[in-house]
Design a protein around this ligand. Structure first.
Ligand SMILES: [Zn+2]
Length: 293
């Protein structure tokens, strides 16, 4: 039987390596044996993932490396999940339900395999891949292809956190280190340059600040291997943000991909990326103008 370390020991393991932690609500069995979030809401939509306000009223802001505070928190709440603040370590969060596996596969095919680094399995079928940001560079949070990398790939950086091993996921499985990628054997590698570039000059919101000549250049010159996914995302986002009809934007990006990407991405991949950006743009508009009934 595998011995699971206490939450106190597990939390201190992170602080000994420069991390800061805070308590999240955990998952416990109710009277009927069903796993529920310790916040007590039967229909909690963020079960096992949100800050335990009773102990850390300011959530992530309360993240600390002080041993006595951590001992107190995880002794009072021995089933609390562990929130690990990100920023000094940046986490690529692969969510297979939103196409993260395929996105990562496509990016690795373009850029080569990711460096050997520590990885955790999330208990929900996803994966957390840990990187160090380059010296002096701040990597912020981003979600999917909205200012981030690609569908199903979120980034947890400055101002974010992850649920860390051995926390218990709502599925009933624990977050655990991936075999051969335990931090003891796999020190956190530096984030590969192509990923840094995609995140520091992302599509999404940041593209409002781009000047027109950059767009003309992208459209006229296209992109090679390394930047095709990012190029398709940016161009689709640029058109949709300007209220070009999604069907028209889709056809234009398909044509651009065939004419200017070297070699072109598959039409299916372009369709998937444009569709995903269109859904995000729709959600952005609904958030901005109130949802339509
Ligand atoms: Zn909850």
């Amino acid at each position: 039987m595998i011995e699971v370390p206490s939450r106190v020991d597990a939390a201190l393991y992170f602080t000994e390596r420069g991390g800061r932690v805070f308590p999240l609500h955990g998952m416990c069995a109710d009277d009927g044996g069903r796993l529920v979030c310790t916040c007590g809401k039967a229909d909690c939509r963020d079960a096992g993932k949100h800050p335990m306000a009773k102990l850390a009223p300011r959530g992530l802001t309360n993240a600390t490396n002080h041993e006595h505070i951590i001992r107190h928190w995880f002794t009072v709440a021995p089933f609390a999940n562990i929130g690990l603040a990100t920023g000094r370590v940046v986490v690529l969060d692969v969510d297979p339900r939103h196409g993260g596996d395929e996105s990562l596969q496509a990016l690795e095919a373009e850029h080569g395999p990711l460096p050997h680094t520590c990885r955790a399995l999330t208990g929900g079928g996803g994966e957390h891949i840990l990187f160090r940001p380059p010296d002096g560079l701040e990597i912020r949070n981003s979600a999917g292809d909205h200012g981030g990398l690609a569908p199903g790939l979120d980034i947890r950086g400055t101002g974010g956190y992850i649920v860390a091993p051995p926390s218990l996921h709502a599925s009933g499985r624990s977050y655990e280190w991936s075999v051969d990628h335990h931090p003891d054997e796999a020190p956190t590698a530096e984030m590969p340059p192509w990923m840094v570039q995609a995140l520091v000059h992302p599509g999404g919101d940041a593209q409002r600040a781009r000047n027109p000549s950059e767009w003309r250049q992208l459209v006229a010159q296209g992109v090679a291997d390394g930047g095709r996914n990012v190029g398709v995302s940016r161009l689709a986002g640029h058109l949709l943000r300007r209220y070009v009809d999604p069907g028209v934007a889709h056809e234009l990006v398909q044509a651009w991909n065939l004419a200017r990407c070297l070699p072109p991405l598959s039409p299916e991949e372009v369709t998937k990326t444009v569709g995903s950006i269109a859904r995000k743009e729709l959600r952005r508009r609904e958030a901005q103008h109130g949802s339509r009934s």
